[in-house]
Design a protein around this ligand. Sequence first.
Ligand code: NAD
Length: 273
Amino acid sequence: MGRLDQKVALITGAGAGLGAQIARRFKEEGAKLIINDVSDEAAQSVAKEVAGVGIAADVSDSNAVRRMLERVKSEFGRLDILVNNAGFGITPGDDETVRRINEVPFQQQAELEAGGPVQTHFDLTVEMTDEDWQRMINVHLNGTFYCSREALKIMNGQLSGSIINMGSIMGTTGGIGTSYCAAKAGILGFTRSLAREVVSRGIRVNALAPGFIDTELTKPFGSARALLEAQTPMGKFGDCDDIAWPAVYLASDEAKYMTGQVISPNGGFVMSQ
Ligand SMILES: NC(=O)c1ccc[n+]([C@@H]2O[C@H](COP(=O)([O-])OP(=O)(O)OC[C@H]3O[C@@H](n4cnc5c(N)ncnc54)[C@H](O)[C@@H]3O)[C@@H](O)[C@H]2O)c1
């Protein structure tokens, strides 16, 4: 018997990385899967692997999200688990940001060792466009809201459900990338508020806040990777299962007393509670 037998689960951004691995573990535990991704090809490929239904939709498009959840309702009749996972780190093609993230920390260190002052700066926020800021907030924070709102239209009537939002340690500790950190901090606040609101309907809302995990998202960390690993007590990046198994737990009835919580597999990068 699986821990998610007969449960219907929608995972956003599940065409790769963490979402795809969550889908694989959910499948092993008996869930019926809806695989969302902005890339139709990616969604269909993972859907095929886990014998699920692939639906292409951009989670930052509220109409597309509404249509996706209407399809879930008509094809499955219910929704037990929503994983709000879709997201991105550095905008693809933004080579200058990649360069600064990998070079500036070392240049600053060298300047300090030479007696200072520090003359090399990140200057990412001062140069950020409205469009770049809004895209980050739209996909992560607005996408989490749109998907949760439409999912609740199904879960409310069931008087049950588990919503899992993808935060990050960056939402708590900060880090280079103000829009990403702001979006992730917003997701953690949204999680706690929604958890209180829907507890009366038997719906649980929790978040995962991963540390640095090996996926496409962390590929741009070149020389900066060694710095991040040095700041991690376990000395390495995690793998996708480090996030997929806690997702299985939060989705399952084993987590029946968990709501408004953040589970943070991070190799010791942040220690709390
Ligand atoms: N990898 C890490 O170290 C790490 C750490 C903390 C948090 N996270 C979060 O985990 C989530 C997954 O990240 P990942 O590392 O698996 O990245 P990834 O790039 O491997 O996969 C992300 C997937 O989301 C999809 N996606 C992007 N924008 C979308 C949109 N608007 N609508 C639907 N799908 C969209 C992409 O096409 C891709 O398939 C993200 O929210 C990310 O911020 C990742």
